[in-house]
Design a protein around this ligand. Structure first.
Ligand code: ZN
Length: 202
């Protein structure tokens, strides 16, 4: 027996689009769509307006590669940022995470991924040429590689260190180790071994 439609195709389309969001499967997309429709004035209308603005206004910063409504972005044009310090991240989400932590007052460079020869991702597929160019011309004294501790991340870090080796810039990487509040018993062997290797004198 053919399945009967319970609603018009517009609602089905909303569900299908929501189901493409990270963390939402078809079932939760259906619940989210229904929630939006029920809260039309409080939620659906403001969300649609915010998305309309996003579509019109948001682009990629041509200097650092982050997303913003202005180019150069808010961070690149902030005169209070340390001009000598550049933090390299894989993704905008990592930049946002570091900014939330509030631990560094630097400028950033977003690579847009990591080198992965197996997936056919080479240097030309990432914002690497612009990174080398910035490092040659913008007078940074230190570059911090805040890149994930994955095999691809480490390959990318090595590539960048190699490319910057002729410049008079100190290159550093994030420490790997025991997370704040972490219990040794729960750590994987790799993290524990790294934490021991990178131990600091107290
Ligand atoms: Zn920028």
């Amino acid at each position: 027996m053919a399945q009967k439609n319970v609603a018009g195709p517009e609602i089905e389309r909303l569900i299908q689009l929501l189901a493409k969001l990270p963390g939402l499967g078809p079932r939760s997309a259906r619940r989210a769509a229904l929630h939006l429709i029920k809260k039309k004035e409080q939620l659906l209308v403001p969300l649609a307006e915010a998305m309309g603005v996003a579509v019109r206004e948001i682009g990629i910063c041509s200097t650092c590669g982050t997303v913003d409504t202005s180019d150069p972005c808010t961070i690149c044009s902030d005169p209070k940022r340390d001009r000598g310090l550049l933090v390299v991240v894989e993704d905008v989400a990592d930049l946002w995470a570091l900014e939330r932590a509030g631990a560094v007052n630097a400028r950033y460079h977003v690579l847009g991924g990591t080198l992965s020869p197996l997936d056919g991702i080479g240097p030309d597929d990432l914002n690497l040429a612009s990174l080398i160019e910035r490092c040659s011309s913008e007078g940074f004294s230190e570059v911090i590689l805040a890149i994930n501790a994955t095999v691809e991340g480490q390959t990318t870090a090595h590539y960048i260190m190699d490319q910057l080796s002729d410049l008079d810039i100190s290159v550093s990487r994030l420490a790997h180790g025991v997370p704040v509040g972490g219990e040794l018993d729960y750590l994987d062997e790799g993290t524990l071994a790294q934490a021991l290797k990178a131990r600091t004198r107290v």
